[in-house]
Design a protein. Structure first.
Length: 91
């Protein structure tokens, strides 16, 4: 996924991705968005026209439950920063 997420090829975006991966999250993508999953927590960045919608799901009793969402984000860097903030708050 690396190069696909780094839409603007910015150093900050690369650093955010590196920190998310160092926290144990694997990344994937499809035509609808980008995903970061560590088995018990999953972050999704869904493309919605010119904006992004961010979701944080947690696995409880074998089902994914929505924990937080952040709609209408204007750039990928803000989505990645939101994910990092969520990861750091859980520690």
């Amino acid at each position: 996924m690396g190069r696909d997420v780094i839409m603007y090829n910015k150093q900050l975006t690369r650093q955010y991705l590196q920190f998310i991966k160092q926290a144990g999250f694997k990344d994937s993508k499809d035509t609808l968005g980008y995903y970061f999953d560590n088995g018990t927590k999953k972050f999704s960045i869904m493309i919605s026209g010119p904006t992004f919608n961010c979701f944080y799901n947690e696995k409880i009793n074998s089902a994914w439950i929505l924990k937080l969402k952040k709609p209408g984000v204007l750039n990928i860097e803000d989505c990645l920063k939101w994910i990092l903030d969520c990861i750091q708050k859980e520690k």
